[in-house]
Structures are given as structure tokens and as C-alpha cells.
Design a protein around this ligand. Sequence first.
Ligand code: UTP
Ligand code: MN
Length: 542
Amino acid sequence: MYDKKSNMVPLKRRKLVSSHIGNTGTDCSGPEVPNKFPQVVLFLLERKMGASRRAFLSRLGQSKGFQVEEKFSRSVSHVISENNCGDEVRTWLDSQVGGQTPVHLLDISWYTESMRAGCPVEILDRHKLQEQRTDEAEVAAFSAPSYACQRRTTLVDRNTVLTDALSLLAENAELSEEDGRGVAFRRAAAVLKALPEAVTDMTQLRGLPCLGEHSLRVIKDILANGASSEVESMKQSERYKALKVLTGIFGVGAKTADRWIKAGIRNLQQLQDSGQTLNRTQRAGLEHYDDLGQPVMKAEANAIGQIVEEAVGSVLPGARVTLIGGFRRGKLTGHDVDFLITHPEEGREVGLMPKVVSWLESQGFLLYQKTTRNSYLEAKDGPARPSSNMDRFERCLSIFKLTKEEKGGRKQPETLTEDCTESVRAPDPDPRVQILRGERGTHEGGLEVDQTKPAGRKPWRAVRVDLVVSPISQFAFALLGWTGSKLFERELRRWAAHEKTMSLSSHALYDNKQKRYLRATSEEEIFAHLGLEYIPPSERNA
Ligand code: UTP
Ligand code: MN
């Protein structure tokens, strides 16, 4: 990228400036005016130098006609640091906007000598920070657009070691209610998921967006040592394990889990012993804890799809059922199964959900359900709130009872599913299940945990199913909003708001400049409204 041997300014920069800028070490004469050396834009790194010394040195430089910047930007040509090694500064630089532009990384000695000389002295080897990176020419750098909704992310991830580590850090941040940090790690993981090849060297990451200082540190650790010490110790931490176990209960979020942990509760046994009151959802979650902790297989999702179709077809002929969520993106397993229901005639979908639920209940398919009514009114609610991912469709959160017959698809009973489920079940690395299994049969006090029989023996399993009903006029928005991934959705809304001055939700798209709704009957039209290339569901796995 830049000529390391040269003591001159970076090659790229040289091309931009027409006047003589090369031998900064020669011409030291002239009056002391501000910005005497326009090609030399300095930035002093505060890290280890300290704020007051930095301020002092900055003023000194400015008084001698140097341009010393307060903030780092693309225009900086020389970064000066004190007591930092080259790799530390490079890591910091990589996390900065414009940190990929060529720049000299210099020790404070170059600065003080230049102050003494009254002009930028020649850059000698001893001034340069030593970096251990391999030669840039050896490995090609990756590039990617900054928003996940501009990228195609398939299920093929060539960097699982890195993305798993970053996803765990994201999960831990989310469980600790540090959503900002969570999103930062999710974005970093998503960038790596979209790469066409495995990362082997830090220099390949130079041009990539969304990789902050912390994520880069983790990646570097893994590339050097095979694992991230931070992630490994987090996984072993009591708090993380307790959060995983407790939020593994359907109906228990980060807040509740935190409250319980503060009360000394670390596992399900302690939860029972504590006598905490649980709501109906949490009681159902605990009752079916083991089943709901197991991934749902594609065949099981298909079987449930047939049941939902039958239910919907029986109560409102002509209504349509669409598989959404992760399975629509082509995933082979999921934590639940999601369906979107609509009717081609606007208004016919009103009152549909209670009928579907009644049908399912009458057939014995529901172990639990909670229906929320549609509360969206465009006239009242719109323009869609940009930052909120809450939507207000009529929605049913449920737990299905999937019997053996249904598990592999009703038309082909006793297929692969039993074996398939078993193979996922053992051995189980999920701490939730391990902890639970250690306690099997000891539950008392009204918390009935479905653990009296070994897993897999009973003729059915519990599966989380989400049903959503949308009017046909909002169908495309609902489909796009519920297909995910969660990060892809978040990035779509961020793109709409920041790049297009629009507000996107699962109900509508509003143009804040034109002050009007932009209608759409397909996902393709929505992407077009947003000025984005169409990305099919299978490539939304960000
Ligand atoms: P899920 O949580 O079901 O995720 O939400 P998923 O991608 O299907 O993955 P697994 O396999 O089940 O874990 C599916 C989509 O529905 C949206 C989410 O944004 C996601 O894109 N969703 C979910 C909402 O819009 N609102 C909600 O309340 C829940
Ligand atoms: Mn899902």
C-alpha cells in the first residue's frame, strides 16, 4: 500500500498533491506560519502518552507550523505514539474510520527531533514502529460493503471459529443487557460470515468495515493461538453459565435472569428451591425445558407446516401459510418454527387467529399458547417507528405437541426423525441440558419438569411455534421483516433511516422526505424502494 522503505509521504498521497512534497527533511527554512508543511498531517495518539502531554506536544507542534490534528481522519499522514508497539497502534488504526489509508506509524522520537529541527526530519528506521505482520503483498485483502443488507451471506461460513467466538461475545453482551456492544460484535461476526475465504492473517482485514478494536483483538488472539482467551474464560464463568441456563427457559429474558442471579439462583434446582413465582409462560417453559432446548429439525418444521396448513385451511379456505424465519433462509435447524398467515382478500384475515388456535387446541396440538391482538393502525401508528423491531401483528406464541407420527411429516411417518433427533441429543454440550440432567427427578413444589422419562422415549416432543397474521396489504413487509436474520433486519432499518431517510417496519415503508408511504406487494419492490440490490432469503444469513 505504501512504500515502507521510503522516508517520503505515502505513495497514494503523493499522487494527490501536485506541488513538491517529497524530501521533507531538507528545507527547514522559512517563516513560522500555521501549516507550514501541508503534506504532513500529524496525529498524536493519546494512548499511554496521556491527555496533558498530548495537548502540550500538540501546541508545541502547532506553534512551529505543524498541522497537528485533534481527531484522527483520512487526511492524517503520520501517527505519532509513545511507548506503544507497532502492532498495538496498527490494531487501533484498523478500528478507525479511514484507518486503511496509508500512513506512517512513528515513535515520539521522530516528533521531538522534528520539533528541534523546526521541520519534519527524515524518517529513519529507528523512528518507525516495528510491526510483526507479514508482507502485505503475500495475502490479498478482503473488502465488503458496510451494511449487512448490501451483502450476500449464505449459510456457508468459512470462518466459523472466528464468527462463533464473536457471536458468543455478542450473546454475552445481550444477556448482560449491553445491546450496543452486542450489535457491534454481531456486525463484526456478520462481516466475517460474508467472506469468500478463511481469514489467515490480520492484514487481510484492513479494508473491512465494522471491525472494532475489541473484535480485532479477539480475531488476532484466535489467529495466533487458535482460541480467544477472553471467550474461553467467559464460557467458563459462573455468570455466563447461569444466564444461559435461566434464559434457556422460554419466557425468561435477560432482566429476569439477572434478578434471579442477584438472588443467588444459578440453576433450575435453585430456582425451584427459591420459591420464585413464575408466570404461565415460564411455567410452560420450565415444564418443556429439555425439549425446547433441542434444535428443531427441518423435517419437524415441515410436519408442523402441514398441521398449520390444515388448521388454516379448515377455518378459512383460501388463506395462505408461508414458512418464515430461519427455515425460509434455508437453515436445517432452528430454535422455533415461524409462519406468516394471510388471505388474498384484504380484511378476510380479521378474526382468523382465534379460529386457528381453537382448531389446533381441539385437535390436541397445543401444549401452550398466548395470542396477542393486532394493534397496528397506520393512521395512528405510522410512520413506522424506525428503531423499533417490535411489530403489532396478531401473533400467537405457542408450544406444539409434535407426536412421533407427525415428526417426520404426516405422509411419511417413522422416517429419519427419531434417529435424527437422537443424534442431536447425545452428547449434549449445552450447559442447560447438562445441568438439568444432573437434577432429573428432583423437581418439586409445583414446578413440573418433564424429566421423569429419558429424553426421546416419550412419543412426542414439544416445539416452539410462532404464528403471525398479516393483512395482504402489509404481507410483503411482514414477509421481509420476519424472514430475518435479526441482524439483516436491523441493518435494513438502519440503511433505510441513515441512507434513505425512510422508516421501515414489518408493516410499512415510509419516506420521510416525500412524507408518504411507499407501497409494495413483493420483497423485490421493497429492496427497489430502498435502492438496494435484491437479496434472496438464502443470502440473508447475516
Ligand atoms: P427468530 O427469533 O425465530 O429467528 O425470528 P430465526 O432467524 O428464525 O432463527 P431461529 O432458528 O428460530 O433461532 C425470526 C424473524 O422474526 C423477526 C426477527 O427479526 C427475525 O428476523 N421477529 C421475531 C420479529 O420481527 N419480531 C419478534 O417479536 C420476533
Ligand atoms: Mn425462528
